[in-house]
Design a protein around this ligand. Structure first.
Ligand code: BGC
Length: 751
């Protein structure tokens, strides 16, 4: 099925006004225009606001209407042909204004690298980071920033100046097919990690988005579902994640989502766009719609949408063309608002550096980039279970059996618009859907080959796992068995939490034959593990990207420590979830329905599990290391407005490793959405016997509740308990601290 029909959208054949007729060509992005006195907005010494004001004053009405209207950059069969100026297979294109020296906007997906939507496979090949959830599992913002900087440079060197990355929808629904693109279930962790990635992308003088704003929590019915939630709950959960990331990284664009929120579509939602984003947070960039998420002209514009994306290919009408002109003529949209739309877009082009540093297609150093993605992938691998020290694989292991998951040839990746095409071609073909949201792609980085290279003395055999009995027989005599299992997730569909293609039975059969079995999972997010008690070890490797096989082998062999930690709760069963049955019917994509987020409110993920007293399969924050750590001397101090927490971390084991101490906070008086919130974390590397002192400052909003009356945050005076440990369910030490009452502004606070 193609991308368009999956979206259930009608193609608008309104190709009357061609992009070429309206404005310039790609060439205008190639050379920075000089700043003669007649074009003062091109003076880089002025700030972006002043430059945008000057440019908008000089623009004609047609030029303003040009920069707010986006084209899809890829062909859609016979139904839509990309315009010639767009880069082939790209997500989008907005013409520049040559007369004014304003470059065209060349848009590319997305969060793991330069993703394309068709075209010649060889030309589509780029480096892929591990999935967003895998990068978040590193709990290492420096790696997220380095990864962002790397993919942003590939975007720039591929000719793109707008990268549609920055996915930060909280994991409200573990079955959400796009969880792999996002930053997990906690606003602070997601905000820090996704913010760091955006900062990295924008360090290349290009625009990054943050998306999908907001409450786009599942793929089933994504074009129609109405997310019901109270204001305080939204502000304390999903919106807070956006707020933290925006504060950290100042993304130049926000992408509004497909779904409705409390009745209105997100891209025509006055509360989300005008009130929260632009008024409360004083956001200065522009809002672009998701592709097919614009539903009106005047209503959307007046609610705060600044740019219609992929309009001719995806929207029911080209709303920002004739309908908007009509609305302007009738006074339903003011000229001042159109000026504001153009101004915001231009401001972002000036503020990002896109105008001064035009993008240019040039050679990419893939070898250097492979190291960046490998470092990210290996720190994201989470060792969930490791009985009797099965891992790391010891040099004395003579016979190792590797089974399943195409581990002989590659590693899985997630499907949909964020799909990056692998350098060297696809490792597996003929599995999964051939077209949107496929194809299902395995990157040609083989865990088996990477293991063999590291363990030359061992006899390592592989079975594809299709024949369970044969796999079990081969496993029976081995020193260690590694069963690889995959679950393909992608945009436009949700996934059950069970492994497909009988893989649960395969793991069960192999583990029954040999208890020294380690399950290595390549999944988009949490899965259930009916075989858990039978296996000796479990490793969550997510979708590990271009160098995934190397990264997995480095962790399995102990060349590096296992240092990932879960950014999501793994439930033990579906009935532990706020919605045991997923709302909506994939077979009826046009039927309107609501998803009731008032059930859990702001108690997303571990907060729900804590509140309900559910025992998860694996808790948020969990992950083992190959060494052991002690957490000591916890002190919490409230001084003036700052709450600081300090403690010592000591490596008490025999090898170098990385700890991720986590601090959770709870009010003694209760009254929050859940018993505790993550208040801070830090990843530290320590040699055996070494220790280090960590000091964290707790963001005051993590101590506060939303005060609707005051339209701001309130911290209640009282005693708060800070718990330090290795996960949300592990406490090594506790400290109480008295905190004074405090009011906090609704707006952005600089970190
Ligand atoms: C996705 C966005 C993406 C856009 C452009 C949509 O289907 O939801 O995340 O950026 O397409 O390809």
């Amino acid at each position: 099925m193609n991308r368009q029909s999956w979206r259930g959208l009608t193609l608008a054949l309104m190709l009357g006004a061609s992009a070429g007729a309206l404005a310039s060509t790609a060439a205008c992005a190639q050379a920075p225009a000089a700043a003669p006195a007649s074009r003062p907005w091109l003076d880089p010494k002025l700030d972006a606001d002043a430059r945008a004001d000057l440019a908008v004053k000089a623009m004609t009405q047609d030029e303003k209407l040009t920069v707010i209207f986006g084209y899809f950059g890829a062909d859609m069969g016979t139904k839509y042909k990309r315009i010639a100026e767009a880069l082939p297979g790209s997500a989008g294109y907005i013409p520049g204004i040559e007369r004014l020296g304003i470059p065209a906007q060349f848009q590319t997906d997305a969060g793991v690298g330069v993703a394309t939507q068709g075209g010649e496979p060889k030309k589509r090949e780029r480096t892929s980071l591990p999935s967003g959830i895998a990068s978040t599992a590193t709990w290492n913002p420096d790696l997220a920033q380095a990864g962002g900087a790397m993919i942003g440079s590939e975007a720039r060197d591929s000719g793109f100046n707008v990268m549609l990355a920055g996915g930060i929808n909280l994991t409200r629904e573990p079955r959400n097919g796009r969880n792999f693109e996002y930053g997990g279930e906690d606003p602070w962790l997601a905000g820090r990690m996704v913010g760091a990635q955006i900062k990295g992308i924008q360090s290349n003088a290009i625009v990054s988005t943050i998306k999908h704003y907001a409450l786009n929590g599942q793929e089933t019915g994504r074009f129609v579902l109405d997310a019901k939630i109270g204001e305080a709950d939204a502000r304390t959960s999903d919106l807070l994640a956006f707020q933290f990331a925006i504060e950290d990284s100042d993304p130049h664009s926000v992408m509004c989502s497909y779904n409705r929120v409390n009745g209105d579509y997100a891209c025509e939602n006055d509360f989300l766009l005008n009130k929260v984003l632009k008024q409360d947070w004083a956001y200065k960039g522009y809002v672009m719609s998701d592709w097919g998420a614009t539903h009106s002209g005047a209503k959307a514009v007046n609610a705060g949408l600044d740019q219609e994306s992929g309009a001719e290919a995806f929207d029911k009408q080209t709303f920002f063309r004739a309908p908007l002109k009509d609305a302007l003529a009738k006074g339903e949209v003011t000229q001042a608002r159109l000026d504001d739309m153009a101004r915001r877009i231009l401001r972002s082009l000036f503020a990002s550096g896109v105008v001064e540093k035009p993008v240019k297609i040039t050679t990419i150093d893939y070898a250097a980039h492979a190291k960046v993605t490998r470092a990210d992938a290996e720190e994201g691998v989470v060792l969930l279970k490791n009985d009797k020290g099965l891992l790391p694989l010891v040099a004395s292991a003579k016979k190792i059996v590797v089974i399943g998951g195409h581990a002989d040839v590659g590693v899985l990746s997630g499907g949909g618009s964020s799909q990056v095409y692998p350098i060297g071609g696809r490792a597996v073909t003929g599995e999964g859907p051939a077209s949107w949201p496929g194809p299902m792609i395995y990157f040609p980085s083989s865990p088996l080959k990477a293991l063999k290279a590291r363990l030359p003395g061992a006899d390592i055999q592989f079975a594809d796992g299709k024949d369970k009995a044969a796999a079990a027989k081969l496993a029976a005599g081995a020193d260690v068995v590694l069963v690889f299992a995959t679950q393909w997730n992608g945009e436009s569909f949700d996934s059950p939490l069970t492994l497909e293609n009988d893989q649960d039975a395969l793991i069960d059969a192999v583990a029954s034959a040999n208890a020294k079995t380690v399950a290595v999972l390549e999944t988009g997010g949490p899965v259930l593990m009916p075989w858990l008690s039978k296996v000796g070890g479990v490793v969550e490797a997510w979708y590990p990207g271009s160098e995934g096989g190397e990264a997995i082998a480095r962790v399995l062999t102990g060349e590096v420590d296992a240092s990932g930690r879960l950014p999501v709760t793994f439930p033990a069963s579906l009935d532990q979830l706020p919605r045991p049955t997923l709302d909506g019917d994939p077979k009826k994509p046009d039927d309107l329905f609501a998803v009731d987020y008032t059930i859990e409110g702001a108690a997303v993920g571990y907060k729900w599990f804590d509140k309900k007293g559910h025992q998860p399969l694996f808790a948020f924050g969990h992950g083992l290391s190959y060494t052991t750590f002690a957490y000591e001397n916890l002190k919490a101090e409230a001084k003036g407005d700052a709450l600081t927490v300090s403690f010592d971390v000591k490596n008490t084991g025999k090898r170098t490793g990385k700890a991720v101490p986590q601090v959770y906070v709870s009010p003694k008086a209760g009254g929050w959405e859940a018993p505790q919130r993550l208040a801070g974390f830090k990843k530290v590397e320590l040699a055996p016997g070494a220790s280090t002192k960590v000091t964290l400052t707790v963001d005051p909003r993590l101590l506060a509740t939303w005060n609707e009356k005051a339209h701001g945050w309130s911290v209640a005076a009282g005693d708060y308990t800070l718990s330090l440990g290795a996960s949300s369910r592990d406490t090594a030490a506790k400290a109480d601290v008295a905190v004074a009452a405090r009011s906090l502004p609704v707006g952005l606070m600089k970190p």
